[in-house]
Ligand binder design. Structure first.
Ligand SMILES: [Fe+2]
Length: 264
């Protein structure tokens, strides 16, 4: 399901028609419930405008635990879920994308000795992610925000931040970027936020399986080869089809990277 198709359906629908009925993924920005047309930020329309980068800040730590919930017993704060999709340049969802979140606690403090409120996860086969956490507290000089690093298989890391609408400090924080505003609503004593990322991942939006218009490298999978979506190779006696354009590297053997290759 192409995202812009859904977006167009959403924009064409009247406020009385739930956008989710249009089929396909329910987009983050369709969840505003405001009755107004959702803003197309960041736009995703055939290969442009990836999610903006933001500074990492001083509190990132590598090697966070893999987990989708950052909640711990007794942790103070307002419950928060953040969910959405990760798309590539052709507005197709990207599976296997690493998302590494870190944030301040309810008092605006980061855990720089342990891994409290830090964790990483991967998008599923539909390109979706979901984080369970608390609303981060404020600390001097910044508006309310979450930090996240994203990396699609074989692609560069995108470091960015996510923001909350309606925060007074959004107007004075010089780093704040409205393109990174989540949609947020109250739900059951907590908050539900949504955001869709667009990564600079080449994608072939073409008609799908079948011989493409360009010749395929074919043959046996080999490090250093530039593969395109639809290319077919063999590896360890099995046939695979390339899902995303990339240059093969050690460790990206077809069975090990389902985001790049599927068994033919
Ligand atoms: Fe921060």
């Amino acid at each position: 399901m192409r995202r812009k198709t859904v977006l167009r359906a959403a924009l064409a629908a009247t406020a009385a028609i739930p956008v989710a009925l249009a089929g396909g993924p329910a987009l983050a920005r369709t969840l505003t419930g405001s009755g107004t047309a959702p803003q197309l930020t960041p736009p995703c329309d055939d290969g442009d405008h990836p999610t903006p980068e933001q500074i990492e800040g001083p509190y990132f730590k590598p090697n966070s635990p893999q987990r989708t919930s950052l909640l711990e017993p007794g942790m103070p704060g307002t419950p928060l879920t953040v969910s959405g999709y990760v798309f590539g340049r052709a507005c197709l969802p990207v599976a296997g994308v690493l998302l590494d979140f870190w944030q301040a606690d309810a008092n605006g403090a980061y855990d720089n000795t342990g891994f409290r409120l830090r964790g990483h996860q991967f998008t599923d086969s539909r390109g979706s992610f979901a984080l369970t956490t608390i609303v981060p507290g404020l600390y001097p000089g910044r508006t309310r925000h979450l930090h996240v690093k994203l990396q699609a298989p074989g692609r560069p890391v995108l470091t960015t931040q996510l923001y909350f609408p309606g925060e007074p400090r959004n107007n004075t924080d010089t780093i704040f970027d409205a393109r990174l505003l989540m949609t947020v609503r109250d739900a059951g004593g907590g908050r539900e936020a949504a955001f869709d990322f667009v990564l600079d991942v080449p994608q072939d939006p073409g008609p799908g399986p079948g011989p493409g218009p360009s010749p395929s490298p074919g043959g046996t999978w080999a490090v250093g080869t530039a593969y395109r979506a639809g290319d077919r190779v063999t590896y360890a006696g099995r046939a695979y089809v390339c899902l995303q354009a990339h240059t093969a590297q050690p460790g990206w053997e077809p069975p090990a990277v389902p985001a790049l290759w599927r068994a033919a």
